[in-house]
Design a protein around this ligand. Structure first.
Ligand code: SF4
Length: 247
């Protein structure tokens, strides 16, 4: 399940992924981040392209790094866990890691076949945080610095995951039926399957990127805008919690 109209929780509206996504051999191709932004708000993508994007801040990257330390975090003391940028109490985090360790792909998540891999597909390019070996073949994983929704993943992350799976499939010439999104600050990993609906959402984002020619309209549902870095220059009026509650 994907949370389609809900802002990405945690400190960042869009998982921007990497500091810089390397230029593709076809530089006009959109990046995974472009697609993710377009799924969140095409106007935000317009501002990010116009003003440049330095990638995730250090606080976000520190949270992403947790995804490369699961095994040692599982053995870590309360004191160490309290010093890490996790969103749970140490005992709850350890319990969540124990749950994660029950997955078939636990060993692969801890010891990926490769990390920070550039992929170039037919329609887009970008980097994934890990490629892991699973019973279904090689699967790409993306690491989010934020919090997971109650079920599934946030829609911009779904689009990014589908883009990564399709690019990997294109490169390897074989089917890649799923990708993973990791939320290491919560020790949660979610699967994104390439369903008909997920691929349709991906194609919608791709069309939005390709159609970008000047600033797109502001969002009607401004719940996302409260988390947007470009809120001030966009000029969107967000309603306060007080007015939303009719107080
Ligand atoms: S403030 Fe809202 S409408 Fe404006 S760019 Fe951000 S998300 Fe889009």
């Amino acid at each position: 399940m994907v949370c389609a109209n809900t802002p990405v929780s945690g400190p960042f509206p869009v998982d921007r992924g990497f500091k810089r996504e390397e230029a593709a051999t076809r530089p006009w191709m959109p990046t995974f981040t472009d697609l993710s932004r377009a799924a969140f708000c095409p106007r935000q993508l317009y501002y990010a392209r116009r003003d440049g994007d330095d990638g995730p801040p250090e606080t976000a990257r520190a949270r992403q790094r947790l995804a490369f330390e699961y095994a040692s975090l599982r053995e870590a003391s309360d004191a160490r866990l309290r010093a890490e940028p996790i969103d749970l109490a140490p005992s709850d985090y350890r319990t969540a890691l124990d749950r994660l360790a029950g997955r078939d792909d636990w060993s692969a998540l801890c010891e990926p076949r490769s990390t920070h891999v550039a992929l170039e597909g037919k329609d887009c390019h970008g980097r994934v945080h890990k490629l892991i070996d699973t019973a279904d073949g090689v699967v790409p994983t993306l690491v989010s610095p934020g919090s997971p929704p109650e079920h599934g993943v946030w829609e911009p992350q779904q689009v990014r995951a589908v883009a990564a799976a399709k690019a990997l499939s294109w490169e390897r010439g074989e089917s890649v039926p799923r990708a993973l999104v990791e939320y290491p600050a919560h020790a949660v990993v979610r699967t994104v399957r390439l369903t008909t609906r997920a691929k349709a959402t991906y194609r919608r984002a791709l069309r939005a990127v390709r159609a970008l020619d000047g600033p797109p309209p502001r969002l009607r549902d401004t719940s996302k805008c409260r988390a947007c870095d470009f809120r001030t220059q966009c000029g969107v009026r967000t309603r306060s919690m007080r007015s939303l509650l009719g107080l």
